[in-house]
Design a protein around this ligand. Structure first.
Ligand SMILES: [Zn+2]
Length: 341
């Protein structure tokens, strides 16, 4: 399960954790650092299981203790998730207060995990730092970060940092196929989904085990297909408003869905740029046809990749997603004119 996944995808991290657990040299603070999509969350859970599990070395992953850790119902484990809401000083102080009392489980160890710890305010990070400096006996901190440069250097220096490397593309493809997605579709989704959660969000599993695109992913695919058709390309700006944007009424849900649509669209655009340059021909027939008909120089497609990558980066930072798409479509349109000169 988690052990296999980690051993396969991050052998160096796996070895480091295995050795630390076997030799009882688990440090008091870890930072799992690496790009989005790398299995840092899974590794954090595995390490917590290993600390609490009675088996020597890494966790057995089968006992009651391991199961309770995975289900987040183990009393001496606290998990905060910075990807869901920013980490505040109060949350960190809350952990400290709870852990100032004796452990509740007989194992005596206590662990707190903070996913995306970089999404913590400066005052929260200062609290974190104080706690890392004087953790108390039997307390282990496990932090994860997609972007560790947003953590205070003094926090970094307190942690054992384990770097996670991105999976090779074949790994994502295999993951998608194993999730039951048919080969041609898996090629596309493997450029968008970086873990099983992403796959489940983008390709909904039906009762018979087959998968169909979620409304957000279907929109992204629709936009992408429209872009691939040079006659329809310049209507994207208008059609986005009419056809592709989230239909959710709740503004919060709509924003979330629009982020999924835009991220997926820019991922597909980057895939397209790379595939044209590399003369690749994979994926569904309509996509392979578009690749075969692609005109223009590598330089143009290099620019296309750059625009898609920059715009994708902005999706996660920008507040006005409509304005962002307007600008993105204008840049794509300009590129289109440039390629015809
Ligand atoms: Zn166990």
């Amino acid at each position: 399960m988690l052990k296999e996944l980690l051993q396969e995808q991050q052998p160096i991290v796996y070895k480091a954790l295995e050795t630390a657990c076997l030799e009882n040299e688990v440090s008091s603070a870890y930072l799992f650092a690496g790009p989005y999509g790398t299995p840092k969350k899974e590794a954090a859970i595995l390490l917590a299981e290993s600390i609490f599990c009675e088996k020597e070395g890494l966790a057995c992953e089968e006992c009651n203790t391991c199961r309770r850790v995975r289900e987040n119902v183990y009393s001496d484990l606290i998990i905060l998730d910075g990807s869901e809401e920013p980490i505040s000083k109060d949350m960190i102080d809350g952990i400290q207060e709870k852990f100032s009392k004796t452990a509740l489980e007989k194992n005596g160890q206590r662990v707190y995990i903070i996913f995306n710890a970089e999404n913590a305010s400066i005052s929260a990070q200062n609290s974190m730092l104080k706690f890392l400096e004087e953790p108390g006996a039997g307390i282990t901190a496990i932090l994860t970060a997609d972007n560790e440069s947003r953590l205070l250097p003094t926090i970094l220096s307190r942690c054992t940092i384990l770097p996670f490397v991105p999976m090779k593309h074949e790994g994502y493809l295999k993951m998608a196929e194993e999730a039951g997605i048919q080969k041609d579709e898996a090629y596309l989704i493997s450029h968008v989904a970086k873990n099983l959660d992403d796959i489940n969000e983008l390709m909904i599993e039906e009762e018979d085990g087959t998968r169909t695109p979620s409304s957000a992913y279907a929109s992204a695919l629709g936009m992408f297909q429209q872009y691939l058709d040079p006659r329809q390309r310049n209507d994207l700006l208008v059609d986005y408003e009419i056809s592709w944007k989230s239909k959710e009424r709740d503004p919060k849900k709509a924003k979330k869905e629009n982020m999924v649509i835009q991220n997926a669209f820019f991922d597909l655009m980057m895939m397209y740029g790379h595939d044209v340059i590399l003369h690749s021909s994979q994926g569904p027939q309509w996509y392979r046809r578009a690749l075969a008909e692609a005109k223009g120089s590598s330089k143009i497609y290099g620019k296309l990749i750059m625009i898609a990558s920059e715009e994708k980066d902005r999706v996660n930072k920008y507040n006005d997603l409509n304005l962002l798409m307007d600008q993105a479509f204008c840049r794509l349109e300009e590129l289109d004119h440039e390629s015809r000169i």
